[in-house]
Design a protein around this ligand. Structure first.
Ligand code: PLP
Length: 490
């Protein structure tokens, strides 16, 4: 059988145009774009690195080509199964995409027989993410390992890692040591697995809230083999700073205890990436979980799990029950091909260059309002300023005023808030410590933020704080007047 491809059909094996009237040289020029697109794909698959960025129309063409390989797009195909990628909506049909989803019932990373295109897309995504981590972010330990891209966000992906660890551990290992960080998802991941959360308290050192290694070691010694693993966190809201994962990984190695690192948005920080590499080299790291949306700027929905042991990383994919929606992988495929390796490196580098400006603007606003920036060295993503001159009630007002002024993402943390999460009581919730002592406001300089946004952030925050003070002065003047009137009456 002669090999048939589009060039073969249009030009023919004899070198003559099969499409009557179209000069062969015209066809060859047109077809060269097509073949360069395919060789782009071939290079990615064989060199196992991200190719140079493609223009959006080329990516769309590739996406259509790959999804056209799925069985439901074959005109001869009669689907006789209970799930045959049929869509009731013509609108959805025109949108196309990975309708068959990804994976098989036993493994979310398995090839999909009815959807060869989805399988190719999954391969490219895995190659692309691994290339970025291993080569752009210098995680050399990935050379002999792999990554698992999950269609679940950070919290649910942590849950899958916990279940994977549970499967390979003795049934008595039911406790999870967790260095306190006030973000609910991780707590819920542990609770949803039916595991017991052992909170390791943090300690306050000057402005920072940081890992208490002594508390961690003594809890580990006390609970011994009933500890399934320890969860640490690298990316967190100021004044919490990243856990000292290098020291913790050494302790865990000496105690033969698994280590899961919640690296939700840490990939954008060189400081954190460096700590990850050192932790793997000097201690024990089983799983690192990073969000796709927060690090790669794609729609919310996925995470990447990686670590030095290939087998363990693959096992997480096998823990996922059933197939998954293909949208997350498709979005990442499009982004990786359009932005490319250099594009992502530039995005992360831009954030690093923007940091001093962000800190300067934030610090100036703090100073202009009689406050100060919290000194939280070690956290180069999230920053905080005190709100010492504001009452707890005013702090609440500041939070909602910022939101209505279209400044999203700022967090105002008042003092004395307690929260119960699934039966666990957390005092001083928000600050990752029982009593931080002062109300504060945080903001993040995250990947994708632009210089003009930093300037606008400064202006809006400043005007908001001044407005709160003005309102307070107005209230006080009114009270004074009322007092004077009372006196006059007397
Ligand atoms: C430290 C930390 N862990 C977990 C999460 C939860 O992430 P996701 O919503 O992707 O599950 C977040 C979200 O911001 C976070 O900051």
């Amino acid at each position: 059988m002669p090999k048939l491809d589009i060039a073969g059909v249009l030009i023919g094996a004899n070198g003559k145009s099969a499409a009557s009237g179209i000069p062969v040289n015209h066809l060859r020029v047109g077809l060269s774009a097509h073949s360069s697109l395919l060789s782009h794909l071939l290079r990615t698959l064989s060199n196992r690195v991200l190719p140079p960025p493609l223009p959006p129309p080329q990516i769309l063409a590739l996406l259509h080509l790959l999804t056209s390989l799925d069985t439901q797009n074959h005109p001869q195909n009669i689907g006789c199964g209970e799930r045959e990628a049929r869509l009731a909506s013509s609108l959805l049909l025109s949108r196309g995409g990975l309708i068959h989803g990804i994976g098989r019932s036993g493994d979310v990373n398995e090839m999909q027989p009815k959807a060869a295109g989805s399988s190719v897309i999954c391969c490219v995504v895995k190659i692309g993410v691994k290339d970025l981590l291993q080569n752009s972010l210098k995680m050399a330990f990935l050379k002999k390992s792999t990554v698992t891209v999950l269609p679940t966000c950070t919290g649910l992906s942590i849950l899958l890692c916990l279940l994977t660890l549970k499967k390979s551990s003795p049934p008595t290992a039911t406790k999870v040591l967790w260095c306190r960080i006030d973000q609910k998802s991780c707590i819920k991941s542990v609770q949803s697995c039916g595991l017991t959360l052992l909170t390791v308290p943090t300690k306050k050192v000057n402005d920072t809230v940081t890992t208490d290694l002594v508390a961690l070691s003594s809890l580990l010694a006390f609970h011994g083999s009933s500890v399934l693993c320890c969860i640490t966190t690298t990316s967190c809201f100021a004044p919490r700073v990243p856990d000292d994962i290098v020291s913790i990984s050494k302790i865990l190695k000496s105690k033969n205890t698994p280590h899961l690192i919640n690296n939700a948005y840490g990939l954008q920080s060189n400081f954190i990436n460096d700590m990850l590499v050192q932790s793997v080299n000097k201690g024990r790291v089983d799983y690192v979980v990073s969000s796709l949306d927060k690090n790669f700027m794609v729609p919310v929905g996925g995470a990447v799990v990686f670590g030095p042991d290939k087998g363990k990383i693959k096992d997480v994919g096998k823990m996922y029950p059933g197939r998954a929606n293909g949208r997350v992988v498709e979005d990442l495929f499009v982004s990786l091909l359009e932005v490319g390796r250099e594009g992502y490196e530039e995005l992360w580098e831009y954030r690093r260059r923007l940091l001093p400006k962000f800190v300067k603007v934030f610090g100036e606003v703090a100073e202009a309002n009689g406050e100060r920036l919290l000194k939280t060295e070690g956290n180069d993503i999230s920053f905080g300023m005190t709100l010492e001159n504001f009452t707890n009630e005013e702090c609440g007002d500041i939070g909602s005023m910022l939101f209505t002024r279209c400044l999203s993402g700022c967090r105002v943390v008042p003092t004395g808030v307690s929260k119960n999460i699934g039966g666990e009581e957390f005092r001083g919730f928000g600050s990752s410590t029982d009593d931080y002592g002062v109300c504060y406001l945080t903001a993040a300089c995250a990947v994708g933020m632009k210089e003009r946004e930093v300037n606008e952030f400064g202006k809006r925050l400043d005007s908001c704080l001044k407005e709160v003070v003005k309102k307070r002065e107005k209230r006080e003047r009114k009270k004074e007047k009322e007092k004077e009137k009372e006196k006059e009456k007397e």
